[in-house]
Ligand binder design. Structure first.
Ligand SMILES: [Zn+2]
Length: 319
């Protein structure tokens, strides 16, 4: 189907900063959308609309080699990476891919529903930058509410405990605000547990000991204490310590603003500064911090947006 939509593509003589809207075409193929950006460049999102706490994959293809591609989403720069794997796959299928670049867009769990724009730009020749904008509709998430009973100190922390928890959440925000410019991973993201463990509960609104808590920003995998927890992909360990709510927790920086978080370990096998591979054991499942029983809490943050970690396995996937 080809129809007009809110795609604006324009060639911007960067020195004069004059934007000339030329035309727009919008291709809708199943649940994906592609924008023809002109100059042999197309931009495709993994879904035309999305929900709170979701991840979108943007793929930009160019007939000619591009020296760089950058995006803007949530008022933040979105780094793209070149995808040699995809190029290889497409060559096999006899599709001429040209240059392929990809980026992840995080839709924060608490981002208000509405229409937002994702803009991509790339220099195409001296003094000229191609700019392409696609509209993304964010729908309100429908998350169940559940009532849990936890130790009193986690539902009603005293002022000292509260101050500790607030200082820790500020530190986590500071970690997530840092975007490592290099891509520290290659290939697929995997689930953090081997075997048949199922992750769920993302986004649930929680009532703790009768009081409303914040939405659940991770995926919980109930598993026996001692079950090994594996890094979802390669990266650098940037936090490995006991936190008030998260218990023994590890954060891996995968580069390009992508971080995975693993909580409630009984034992930690990683330390800050470790360079890990996909599958490296970071620790063992436990019940430290605010829990109702042994489980792994697995979180994913992409350019500061808290999103469902299972989405990265679906989009860049494989177990
Ligand atoms: Zn959890």
């Amino acid at each position: 189907m080809i129809r007009k939509s809110e795609i604006c593509l324009r060639t911007v003589p960067s020195r004069f900063a004059v934007c000339t809207a030329i035309a727009f075409l919008f291709l809708s193929v199943g649940t994906t959308r592609a924008a023809d950006c002109g100059n042999g460049v197309t931009l495709r999102l993994s879904a035309p609309e999305t929900g709170q706490g979701s991840l979108l994959l943007a793929t930009l293809r160019s007939a000619k080699r591009l020296s760089e591609v950058t995006g803007k989403w949530n008022e933040l720069a979105v780094p793209f990476w070149e995808d040699p794997l995809l190029k290889g796959m497409e060559k096999k299928q006899s599709v001429v891919a040209g240059d392929v670049w990809r980026a992840l867009l995080g839709v924060d769990l608490e981002k208000p529903a509405g229409k937002y724009q994702f803009t991509v730009s790339a220099p195409i020749r001296t003094g000229e930058t191609l700019s392409c904008t696609v509209s993304v509709e964010v729908k309100e998430g429908h998350f169940a509410t559940e009532s849990l009973t936890v130790k009193k100190q986690f539902a009603e922390p005293d002022p000292e405990q509260l101050a500790r928890a607030q200082a820790e959440s500020k530190r986590l925000r500071e970690i997530y605000e840092h975007v490592t410019p290099e891509q520290l991973w290659k290939g697929k993201f995997r689930l953090p547990l081997d075997g048949d463990f199922k992750g769920s509960n993302f986004g649930r609104r929680r009532v703790l000991n009768g009081k409303p808590g914040s939405p659940h920003s991770g995926v919980d995998f109930p598993a026996p204490t001692g079950t090994p927890v594996h890094a979802a992909q390669s990266g650098r360990v940037v936090l490995a310590e006991e936190l008030y709510y998260a218990g023994n927790a590890v954060i891996v920086d995968h580069g390009l603003g992508i971080y995975t978080l693993y909580c409630h370990f009984s034992e930690m096998d990683a330390k800050v500064g470790d360079i890990v591979s996909a599958g490296t054991v970071l620790g063992k499942v436990g019940a430290t911090g605010r829990v109702t029983g042994p489980h792994l809490h697995w979180g994913l943050t992409v350019e500061r947006a808290h999103v469902n970690a299972l989405d990265i396995v679906k989009l860049l996937g494989g177990k």
